[in-house]
Design a binder for this molecule. Structure first.
Ligand SMILES: O=C(O)CCC(=O)C(=O)O
Length: 282
């Protein structure tokens, strides 16, 4: 069944854990039907990718690190996920938001044997978005063990630091964004003893909710047989404002927003409360 509400209630301590650590695992939120619907669209997208597709595995190397964006604009189940899945309710609860806007989606598939990691980064410097209520749902469609899971540096969203965005493909240079706030990402692996890391064994239906400033990275997929398909969706609360940056990723343009505007527009649709969305459509 394609249910609209989370299958499990989100407890107050899970919201507190997110606020404190910047990432929390939410178990059993989505039914197998939702995962199957998304999986269908992911295969459609792999066969016929969008204009922003990135293939991060060099030719001749094993596996494939396939990245694409904005599936919801092209595929029906991803679109339903935005408006009719539990995701908007999860985002509203976790961001303590009364209004939620959908920002974008990001597909990250690591086929078996993929060696490429996802480098340490945090998401918000890639976006033209200021504000605190910025969060993602990282939803895997395959079982993921801790060793393959995205790893989060606990509490890093509260460091008050903004790190320079770089493309995931190390052969590509950093984004040309000049912002006085931005500094180079420290060598998180070298600093391991100084941090607490969060990662989980995830079963289908589980997801991770994390903040736009939480530092995270992920290993490749060393499994010889198991895919690692992850559908990440980005959600904004009412304090999010459009910020001009010289280069952004993904390059979603033509929204017509001006600096300081609330993010809601046709490209970034309001999704919560659901009643407001229904009114908007009527
Ligand atoms: O799935 C991955 O490898 C990384 C995910 C990620 O960086 C994100 O969702 O922001």
């Amino acid at each position: 069944m394609l249910h609209r509400e989370p299958l499990q209630e989100i407890a107050e301590e899970q919201v507190r854990a997110f606020e404190q650590d910047g990432a929390v695992c939410l178990r059993g939120m989505f039914s197998a039907d939702w995962l199957a619907a998304l999986a269908e669209d992911i295969e459609r997208d792999k066969a016929e990718p969008g204009p922003m597709v990135r293939r991060n595995t060099p030719p001749g190397k094993p596996g494939e690190f396939f990245v694409d964006f904005q599936l919801w604009r092209r595929w029906p189940n991803c679109r339903r996920f935005v408006f009719d899945s539990p995701a908007a309710a999860i985002a509203a609860r976790m961001l303590s938001a009364t209004e939620v806007v959908y920002y974008h989606d990001h597909l990250l598939v690591k086929e078996p044997g993929t060696e490429e990691c996802t480098p340490w980064h945090h998401d918000q410097p890639y976006y033209p978005v200021d504000g605190w209520q910025v969060g993602s749902i990282w939803l895997p469609l395959d079982p993921v063990d801790r060793a393959t899971c995205v790893e989060y540096v606990a509490g890093s969203h509260r460091w008050g630091r903004w790190f320079r965005p770089r493309y995931f493909n190390r052969a590509t240079s950093e984004l040309a964004v000049s912002d006085d706030r931005f500094e180079d990402m420290p060598d998180i692996d070298a600093e391991r003893p100084r941090h607490r890391f969060l990662a989980w064994d995830l079963a289908p239906g589980d997801c991770i909710f994390f903040h736009g400033l939480t530092v995270h990275g992920a290993p490749g997929n060393r499994s010889a047989s198991r895919r690692r398909r992850a559908y990440a969706t980005r959600w904004l609360g009412e304090d999010a404002r459009y910020a001009t940056r010289s280069q952004i990723s993904p390059p979603i343009l033509e929204h017509g927003l001006q600096r300081g505007d609330p993010m809601a527009c046709a490209l970034f649709p309001p999704v919560w409360p659901r009643a407001a969305r229904a009114k908007e459509l009527s």
